[in-house]
Design a protein around this ligand. Sequence first.
Ligand SMILES: [Zn+2]
Length: 292
Amino acid sequence: MDYKSALSAIITRRRDELASASLRYVDLLAVDDVLRALDSEYRDAAVKGNEKLAEKTDLKIRGRLKELGEYDRVYPKPHCPLCLDAGFRGSDICDCVKRYAISKNEIRFPLFDFSSSTPGIFGEHAKEFEKRQKLLETLMNKFPANNKRTIVLLGSPGTGKTFLASCCAGAALSKGASVTFASAFEFVEAALKYHTSPLSAKDGALSRFVDADLLVIDDLGTEPIYKNVTKEYFYLVVNERQLSRKHTICTSNLTIDEIASRYGERTASRLFSGKECIAFEFSYADARKIKL
Ligand SMILES: [Zn+2]
């Protein structure tokens, strides 16, 4: 589940709980004379604008509800004491939304936060790693208005590419964006399924790749090459996303030349040319940020 859906589920859950709390209160009014008298006293005071009396009576009502053992049903506690189930703390999405989304078990990738990064593990390359992280962090801070919408992270395994890609995914999620994070293998399997399904069954098979506000394809180049599928659908999705100004991040152990020869020149040009593209190399031998 993405954060937007989790947020709306949390808000709906709170609304439903409050609605059944009011119903419970109405039921209690019907059976408890003391409560009913207090309630009408309260309304009277409120109508007359006598705030002090209203406040005092409200306390009495709460007291009566406690005597009846009904307080928690009429004033249900929010699940999250931090945001009181509003889902936001200031302008930030509350952690309870993240937890809810993950508990629904639909975010199937490790969620990282830029702040949990430990560049020290890259030893002498810590500074280079940090530099790339800062750049990505700056881009994601501006998300979705950042002008670099196609980001490719290239380099050997173990250089932190996937970690940073999932930090980017986490950052987008925390802004309420929908995110699909998939391995290249998962992507190509979905494409193959789409390709081999009858027209009537194609519906939605690729939508999570096409429609997500941010698509992360991890480990491009490790997936099998299926004729008429791998290259073709990868191009199709990347192209479609660029046309609709959506954000795409790919990680790969391949070089630009290897990507060009594996997926074709036009795909390479979608990934590396154009104003919206930026590529980072994580070889650490050549620390240059590359931009063709
Ligand atoms: Zn919360």
